[in-house]
Ligand binder design. Structure first.
Ligand SMILES: [Zn+2]
Length: 163
């Protein structure tokens, strides 16, 4: 780029009216889930099992499973089946029906720390009105009837019934 071009750029955007156009792009893509996520997703689909990976060095259990411990930088090699019950650590309620939300609003999203895990996973909560949601409540996974090997094979989490 020559000196003359730089001089034009240095003039900035004085007198230029910013214009914004709304648009959409469609970007279909596919990616290989990898051996760790594949084993996890097949567990959901074929056995209704929630499998976590444990670090044999620090003992942390990761869900969703992580191939390498981000604390110790060693491969996580010990698979653990979790029971599917856990505790709500945080939640939010979506009340606006956006295209990215496939369910009918209001939708409750929660970070759920499954029993036996050291990390939380994001998923839907159903079976409770948004107004009754509480941090610390116990929930359990409800599997979808028609499972396809995705995180949606857990249809949602629901409150554990009091006994
Ligand atoms: Zn570790």
């Amino acid at each position: 780029m020559g000196t003359k071009d730089n001089a034009v750029l240095d003039q900035g955007f004085d007198g230029i009216e910013p214009m914004v156009f709304e648009s959409q792009i469609s970007v279909p893509y596919s990616w290989w889930a990898g051996d760790t996520a594949t084993y996890f997703l097949k567990g959901l689909r074929d056995e209704k099992k929630i499998r976590a990976l444990k670090c044999t060095s620090c003992g942390k259990t990761y869900i969703p499973p992580r191939k390498t411990c981000p604390v110790c930088f060693v491969p996580n090699t010990e698979w653990k089946d979790l029971s599917g019950t856990g505790t709500v650590q945080s939640f939010t309620i979506a009340r606006r029906q956006l295209a990215a939300i496939s369910k009918k609003v209001p939708v409750i999203y929660a970070l759920i720390k499954l029993d036996g895990a050291d990390t939380a996973m994001l998923h839907y909560i159903e079976g409770i009105s948004p107004e009754k949601m509480k941090i610390g409540m116990k929930v359990q996974a409800e599997f979808a009837e028609d499972r396809k090997g995705t995180i949606q094979d857990i249809a949602f989490f629901k409150p554990v019934k009091e006994v």
